[in-house]
Design a protein around this ligand. Structure first.
Ligand SMILES: Nc1ncnc2c1ncn2[C@@H]1O[C@H](COP(=O)(O)OP(=O)(O)O)[C@@H](O)[C@H]1O
Ligand SMILES: [Mg+2]
Ligand SMILES: [Zn+2]
Length: 330
């Protein structure tokens, strides 16, 4: 489970619990104000509890059975009063949203279904916010969009090439927990790099891993804010994002090469790539740059990490955005 999302879900559950406690208090106040006898009965019922405890230990003047009968009589009278005055019989039994766990989120140390539901919701919101996740999933990936005529240079058709790429990505995502690879998606605009990273993100996040999607521009901006912002709140937010970028189980770093290259961004990128490698956290980077263009842009340090520790997947075909427009699909 992703600790950050779990914290979000627990915070929401805690708000629900607090609201239930408040509602319960208001209900008691309302009933006591209108029917004071209910409050009197509640006090009498409460007063019987220590007596019953004493009786159970063999002390006190009255028998357990006697006390129990009196308590039940008082409770019945109280229930009558509630119903007579138009309230549900369980009106004062707690305003829990989830009676199973009384809104604590746990039942005997195990996560309650209500908290799991909030966790799933937090996860879905998180991913769709980051990725603007649409219909991208392995199931909607269309191989038919890639040309099946062999490329004259390689002799391999884009479709065959992409079938291989798709298979590698699929296996990687499905088996994420056992895999160690990092990938570098390389290829021109509109070949499905972002699409396929979104498929991986959805699948891996669905398994409960923490997944962060960021463009290189967004990631570098976070590093910069963290370091240089004078606005405390913005700096703290950037700091949290940088930490997630460095620490999440899977980072999708999209569009490497579109960010401005400065001394600072080079060192930030190195930190990012290197930290994740040292911590054995997996990363999928995509880029429109060729190997030669990358070598020109980035330091040998960065290049040696990427070349040594990332497997390159070359995307082939023609710009699918253009294709879809021509076919009137968009
Ligand atoms: N295999 C595919 N099946 C269906 N739609 C695709 C596929 N690949 C890409 N697309 C669509 O084509 C457009 C460009 O894809 P995108 O992943 O953004 O390309 P890239 O990131 O390589 O520039 C997007 O609208 C995307 O949804
Ligand atoms: Mg893209
Ligand atoms: Zn519950």
């Amino acid at each position: 489970m992703d600790g950050r999302l779990l914290a979000l879900a627990r915070e929401e559950k805690e708000n629900i619990r607090r609201e239930a406690v408040r509602t319960d208090r208001l209900r008691h106040e309302r009933v006591y104000a209108r029917v004071p006898e209910v409050q009197r009965l509640d006090r009498q019922i409460a007063a019987l509890i220590p007596q019953a405890a004493a009786a159970a230990l063999g002390g006190g003047g009255r028998s357990v059975e006697d006390l129990r009968r009196e308590s039940l009589d008082l409770q019945a009278r109280r229930a009558e009063l509630l119903v007579e005055n138009g309230w549900p019989i369980d009106y004062l039994d707690g305003a829990w949203d989830c009676p199973r766990c009384r809104d604590t989120g746990y039942v005997q140390g195990r996560m309650c279904a209500c908290l799991k539901k909030l966790y799933d919701k937090a996860q879905a919101q998180d991913l769709s916010a980051l990725l603007k996740l649409g219909s991208e999933s392995f199931g909607t990936f269309e191989l038919g969009l890639y040309d099946d005529r062999p490329d004259p240079a390689s002799g391999v058709s884009p479709r065959t090439q992409m079938e291989t790429v798709f298979g590698i990505c699929y296996d990687y995502a499905v088996d994420f927990g056992k895999r160690r690879e990092n990938y570098l998606f390389r290829g021109g605009t509109g070949l499905g790099k972002t699409f396929l990273s979104a498929c991986i993100a959805r699948e891996v996040a669905g398994q409960g891993y923490s997944v962060v999607y960021e463009t290189a521009v967004g990631a570098m901006a976070a590093f910069e804010e963290q370091k240089f912002s004078h606005d405390g709140e913005a700096a703290a937010r950037a700091d949290a994002l940088v930490r997630r970028i460095c620490e999440c189980d899977l980072l999708i770093l999209d569009d490497l090469g579109t960010e401005m290259v400065t001394e600072f961004s080079r060192s930030a990128l190195y930190t990012l790539v290197n930290t994740r490698l040292l911590d054995k956290k997996k990363t999928v980077v995509s880029t429109n740059l060729t190997a030669a263009q990358m070598a020109k842009r980035y330091t040998p340090q960065i290049m040696s990490r990427l070349e040594g520790e990332y497997q390159v997947l070359s995307f082939a075909g023609t710009d699918i955005r253009v294709l879809k427009k021509e076919r009137g699909l968009d």
